[in-house]
Design a protein around this ligand. Structure first.
Ligand code: T4K
Length: 369
């Protein structure tokens, strides 16, 4: 029986049906309907923030965040955005899609997030945005990044796609930066099938973005500015509402799964680090060499166990992103990391099978440092 790297959380069917029934009764399917409004309110209360918009997906949410700040802060569309090369391609593609130039600053060796010193070293007069990623739910060094941003008058958009429910210095991660984005894609620990949460610090940015995601309509539904269609629909919100109260249980189970992995893998001499984060959005394992990671991937594939090379290759090596910098740490980490299966319902037996498979591989020709 194949073991996938992730499986979407499916909320209780009766709970979901109650929300779907509401859709059938109201006949309201999209365009900021009652369920989208209800989920927005729940999330704002849960995270003690305001100015949340629910949108169609994380990629569009990032684009809307940049567009909003370009517009409200009078930033030229050809500006540079300092960002991390160790992330999903959407972080950089969304910048380029908006005409911005991603400039890569290398990452830290331990949490794999963008290194603030490298941000400072790469700022030019064209740098107008910083787009850090709390990769795998590991928080960036927010205080240092925000200090740099304030000093140079640069705006920050945090890609918090992996960070649902994460706290930083006793506050929810969404409370930082000029804007933050959390992807609510089906593979995320809390999801709305497709979707994203976009949060702004300033009400004025929120109001601008609200128009941008809805064809540029103003309050009177007049098309007064450029806009696009990036709205979340009611069926997606129904999935979110049916699952939101289960989130603590979902995270607790993922932590338990990670504990079992750690128990079985921590003495493997070819493993350097098993990454733990407070939401355990992923199960990233850093091997001591790229060859070890490749061999493990191959063996797991032979046994129909899916592991993913999130995030290979390092984005500074991709031709279409035209990077002028070389990010050695990111390239090294991207080459040595594998994300192992983690999802609600993954049994202890299956985890044991995965760990046995990894531990039984003969990597004796590999050098253990
Ligand atoms: N920024 C960051 C840092 C991100 O990580 C992402 C997305 C974004 C921005 C953009 O957000 P979105 O625009 O996507 O909202 C996944 C996701 O598609 C993507 O959302 C995510 N990050 C990225 C890291 O991973 P894949 O290509 O790994 O998914 P896939 O289709 O290979 O599925 C993995 C496993 O899950 C499969 O074995 C089967 C299982 N699965 C998957 C789906 C979709 C199911 O059982 N059912 C399903 O419906 O991309």
């Amino acid at each position: 029986m194949p073991i996938p790297v992730s499986k979407p959380y499916l909320p209780n069917r009766e709970k979901l049906n109650k929300y779907i029934d509401q859709i059938y009764e109201s006949g309201w399917l999209t365009n900021n309907g009652p369920l989208v409004r209800q989920l927005t309110k729940k999330l704002e209360e849960k995270f003690s923030v305001d100015n949340i918009l629910l949108v169609a997906n994380g990629t569009l949410a990032l684009q809307i965040a940049y567009r909003t700040l370009l517009d409200t802060q009078n930033i030229e569309t050809t500006s540079e955005a300092l960002t991390t090369p160790f992330t999903f391609i959407a972080t950089s593609n969304s910048l380029m899609w908006e005409g911005l130039t991603p400039v890569f600053a290398d990452i830290n060796k331990t949490d794999w997030c963008i290194n603030p010193d490298n941000i400072a070293a790469n700022i030019t007069k064209n740098t107008k945005l910083i787009v850090p990623v709390h990769v795998f739910g590991n928080s960036c060094e927010i205080e240092k990044i925000d200090k740099i941003a304030t000093e140079y008058g640069i705006k920050t958009v945090y890609d918090a796609s992996h960070s649902f429910g994460i706290q930083y210095k006793d506050k929810n991660i969404l409370q930082y930066g000029d804007a933050s984005v959390i992807s609510l894609h089906a593979t995320k620990l809390f999801h709305t099938v497709e979707g994203a949460l976009l949060r702004f610090k300033r009400k004025s940015d929120f109001e601008k973005a609200k128009q941008l995601i809805n064809f540029g309509f103003n309050q009177d539904k007049e098309p007064k500015s450029l806009g696009i269609n990036a709205k979340m629909n009611e069926v997606e919100a129904a999935f979110g509402l049916a699952a939101i109260d289960d989130i603590n249980e979902i995270i607790a189970e993922r932590q338990h799964i990670a504990d079992i992995y750690e128990e079985h893998l921590s003495s493997n001499p070819h493993i350097e680090q098993i990454n733990r984060s407070s939401n355990q959005a992923y199960l990233p394992v850093l091997f001591r060499s790229g060859t070890a990671a490749s061999e493990v991937l191959k063996k797991l594939q032979e046994k129909e166990i899916e592991a993913k090379r999130y995030f290979f290759p390092s984005l500074d090596t991709l031709e279409h992103l035209n990077s002028l910098s070389t990010c050695e740490t990111s390239q090294d980490i991207a080459n040595r990391i594998l994300c192992l299966p983690i999802y609600t319902g993954l049994s202890k037996d299956k985890i044991q099978t995965i760990c046995n498979c990894i531990n039984e591989i003969d990597l004796s020709h590999q050098q253990c440092i």
